[in-house]
Design a protein around this ligand. Sequence first.
Ligand SMILES: Cc1cc2nc3c(=O)[nH]c(=O)nc-3n(C[C@H](O)[C@H](O)[C@H](O)COP(=O)(O)OP(=O)(O)OC[C@H]3O[C@@H](n4cnc5c(N)ncnc54)[C@H](O)[C@@H]3O)c2cc1C
Length: 384
Amino acid sequence: MFDYIIVGAGLAGSVLAERITNILGKKVLILEKRNHIGGNCYDYIDKNGIQVHKYGPHIFRTDLKHIYDYLSQFTDWNLYQHEVLGLIDGKKVPIPFNLNTLHELLPENLVEQLEKQLIEHFGFDVKVPILELKKTQDKDLKFLADFIYQKVFLNYTMKQWGFKPEDLDPSVTGRVPVYISKDNRYFQDKYQGIPKEGYTKLFEKMLDSPNIKIMLNTDYNEIMEINPCEISLFDKKYDGKIIFTGEIDEFFKYKYGKLPYRSLSFKFETIKKEYFQEVATVNYPNNNDFTRITEFKHFKPIKTNKTSIAKEYSHEYDKNVKGDIPYYPIPRDKNSEIYEKYKNEAQTVENVIFIGRLAEYRYYSMDNVIESALKVFKEKIINE
Ligand SMILES: Cc1cc2nc3c(=O)[nH]c(=O)nc-3n(C[C@H](O)[C@H](O)[C@H](O)COP(=O)(O)OP(=O)(O)OC[C@H]3O[C@@H](n4cnc5c(N)ncnc54)[C@H](O)[C@@H]3O)c2cc1C
């Protein structure tokens, strides 16, 4: 019998499986409903020989040395620094909006004064969420805030989330702040990169243990009966522990209602050119139905006369549509209230640990979810 059953082979589930087997020598069964490991980080080599990220571009970055060291046990790195451009007023300009973007979009006679005022007001090398910038009383800065809001945030947020920036938790637009700097990099974290042989290989190494059994194409509902105090696996009573990284509302059979998500679809295309665009990701805030185009060759350059791109479309998640995937929890007060009910109930269920973006209904970057899994291992598992 297994000491732990882990639902989900994404980062949260895989880090815990690795720790439980390698540090504690216990036995783990992973149930994964997709046909591969790696969750949303999954990548593969496509027909053009290019490594593509099936569920959208994933760039690893962190300021936490212990997280970088932990992952580096399973991979070497391509030291890649992400840059994003946005098509605004017919020009491709740096995103997040920074002082270089300002110079490209506004007339020179205005820019000098605005730049000076921005630095005087907020300081240099400072990140300011757009909703904060919009609160300034200064007439010129208010003009600038409205300009950035209209050109960069409003339509992109509507396309991506179906809501205006102010109708979402401020953390959403805060993730891409206005950056008072001339640094065009998307992230400023100390450690940044793409796993040299890809994320999937990293997961394979992480899960390479005789004590880990993985069942792919297996929804836990098909082989487990959970009624939270009594759990059975293949109709036999199961007395071990469960680590659950799936949707928390599904676990509790939606008793407090469904938690809404945004979903994505990707249209992959082959372009007969060495490169399609200047950088890995170009955002389209105001044009087209898609939100952005990613060209994967920039992550891991190879010499070919073809290139692979993905156009990304955002839409509401519908659980009843086969293959639809819940990508982003929608941080709004109403949804937090529903989640809190599930969270409170989860605290009363012994033997089940809820962790990860679906089970905690929150956005996690990769480093944060690894950090959270390592913390859970230390605080809840190691001394059991
Ligand atoms: C488009 C996009 C881009 C991103 N880019 C970045 C980035 O550049 N940098 C960064 O740091 N982070 C990025 N992230 C965040 C990153 O994907 C997450 O941090 C990470 O995937 C979270 O891991 P997880 O284990 O919580 O969830 P997941 O990876 O989703 O794993 C959960 C797993 O559980 C499985 N599961 C669910 N229900 C069941 C069930 N009923 N039975 C069996 N299995 C089930 C799912 O199939 C899935 O494989 C991005 C996310 C998205 C959506």
